[in-house]
Design a protein around this ligand. Structure first.
Ligand SMILES: [Zn+2]
Length: 109
Protein backbone atom coordinates (compact mmCIF):
# COMPACT_ATOMS: atom_id res chain seq x y z
CA UNK A 1 0.00 0.00 0.00
CA UNK A 2 1.26 3.48 -0.87
CA UNK A 3 2.29 5.90 1.88
CA UNK A 4 0.74 8.77 0.01
CA UNK A 5 -2.08 9.55 -2.36
CA UNK A 6 -3.34 12.51 -4.34
CA UNK A 7 -6.55 14.10 -5.52
CA UNK A 8 -7.02 16.37 -8.50
CA UNK A 9 -8.47 19.69 -7.40
CA UNK A 10 -9.00 21.76 -10.55
CA UNK A 11 -5.63 23.32 -11.43
CA UNK A 12 -3.62 21.31 -8.89
CA UNK A 13 -2.96 17.86 -7.51
CA UNK A 14 -3.11 17.75 -3.72
CA UNK A 15 -0.80 15.16 -2.17
CA UNK A 16 -1.49 13.73 1.29
CA UNK A 17 0.26 11.21 3.48
CA UNK A 18 3.76 10.70 4.81
CA UNK A 19 5.40 12.88 2.15
CA UNK A 20 8.51 13.87 4.14
CA UNK A 21 10.76 11.35 2.33
CA UNK A 22 9.78 12.77 -1.08
CA UNK A 23 9.51 16.46 -0.15
CA UNK A 24 12.57 17.49 -2.21
CA UNK A 25 11.14 15.78 -5.29
CA UNK A 26 7.80 17.53 -4.81
CA UNK A 27 9.63 20.82 -4.41
CA UNK A 28 11.52 20.13 -7.64
CA UNK A 29 8.15 19.80 -9.42
CA UNK A 30 7.27 23.29 -8.21
CA UNK A 31 5.18 21.92 -5.37
CA UNK A 32 4.11 24.07 -2.44
CA UNK A 33 3.46 22.95 1.15
CA UNK A 34 0.67 24.58 3.18
CA UNK A 35 1.41 22.82 6.48
CA UNK A 36 -0.99 19.95 5.71
CA UNK A 37 -0.55 18.92 2.11
CA UNK A 38 1.51 19.50 -1.01
CA UNK A 39 0.03 21.10 -4.10
CA UNK A 40 1.53 20.57 -7.55
CA UNK A 41 0.24 22.20 -10.74
CA UNK A 42 -1.96 19.88 -12.80
CA UNK A 43 -0.08 19.05 -15.99
CA UNK A 44 0.34 15.77 -17.83
CA UNK A 45 4.11 15.83 -17.10
CA UNK A 46 3.55 16.44 -13.39
CA UNK A 47 0.95 13.67 -13.18
CA UNK A 48 3.41 11.22 -14.75
CA UNK A 49 6.15 12.40 -12.37
CA UNK A 50 3.88 12.09 -9.32
CA UNK A 51 2.82 8.59 -10.37
CA UNK A 52 6.48 7.67 -10.87
CA UNK A 53 7.03 8.65 -7.21
CA UNK A 54 4.49 5.97 -6.27
CA UNK A 55 1.69 8.39 -5.38
CA UNK A 56 -1.66 6.79 -6.13
CA UNK A 57 -4.38 8.94 -7.68
CA UNK A 58 -7.78 8.89 -6.01
CA UNK A 59 -10.90 9.87 -7.88
CA UNK A 60 -14.47 10.57 -6.88
CA UNK A 61 -16.73 7.56 -7.28
CA UNK A 62 -20.11 6.24 -6.26
CA UNK A 63 -19.77 3.07 -4.17
CA UNK A 64 -22.75 0.77 -4.07
CA UNK A 65 -24.25 -0.36 -0.78
CA UNK A 66 -22.54 -3.34 0.91
CA UNK A 67 -22.75 -5.16 4.23
CA UNK A 68 -24.51 -2.65 6.50
CA UNK A 69 -23.32 0.45 4.60
CA UNK A 70 -25.53 2.44 2.27
CA UNK A 71 -24.50 3.79 -1.14
CA UNK A 72 -22.02 6.64 -0.80
CA UNK A 73 -19.64 8.99 -2.60
CA UNK A 74 -16.00 8.20 -1.84
CA UNK A 75 -12.49 8.90 -3.11
CA UNK A 76 -11.18 5.60 -4.44
CA UNK A 77 -7.94 4.52 -6.10
CA UNK A 78 -8.20 5.29 -9.80
CA UNK A 79 -7.04 1.73 -10.61
CA UNK A 80 -9.99 0.30 -8.63
CA UNK A 81 -12.40 2.69 -10.34
CA UNK A 82 -11.04 1.57 -13.70
CA UNK A 83 -11.69 -2.04 -12.72
CA UNK A 84 -15.19 -1.03 -11.66
CA UNK A 85 -15.08 -2.48 -8.16
CA UNK A 86 -13.17 -2.63 -4.92
CA UNK A 87 -12.79 -5.56 -2.55
CA UNK A 88 -11.19 -3.45 0.20
CA UNK A 89 -14.20 -2.23 2.16
CA UNK A 90 -14.71 -1.61 5.82
CA UNK A 91 -18.18 -1.67 7.34
CA UNK A 92 -18.39 0.88 10.12
CA UNK A 93 -21.65 -0.53 11.37
CA UNK A 94 -20.55 -4.08 12.18
CA UNK A 95 -16.84 -3.14 12.43
CA UNK A 96 -15.67 -5.74 9.92
CA UNK A 97 -13.72 -5.95 6.67
CA UNK A 98 -16.01 -6.81 3.79
CA UNK A 99 -14.04 -8.72 1.14
CA UNK A 100 -16.61 -9.20 -1.61
CA UNK A 101 -16.58 -6.95 -4.67
CA UNK A 102 -18.46 -3.69 -4.33
CA UNK A 103 -19.24 -1.77 -7.52
CA UNK A 104 -17.54 1.62 -8.07
CA UNK A 105 -18.73 4.13 -10.67
CA UNK A 106 -16.58 7.14 -11.48
CA UNK A 107 -18.57 10.35 -11.11
CA UNK A 108 -16.15 13.10 -12.15
CA UNK A 109 -14.85 13.80 -15.67
ZN1 LIG B 1 -21.64 -4.70 8.27
Amino acid sequence: MSNYHMYRDGPTYNIHGNTYPIKDKLKALGGTWDGKKWSVVNTKENLDALRALGISLRVKAKRDAFCHESESIIYANSSDVQLGYTDKNFCGNCDSHYRDRVKLTRIDE
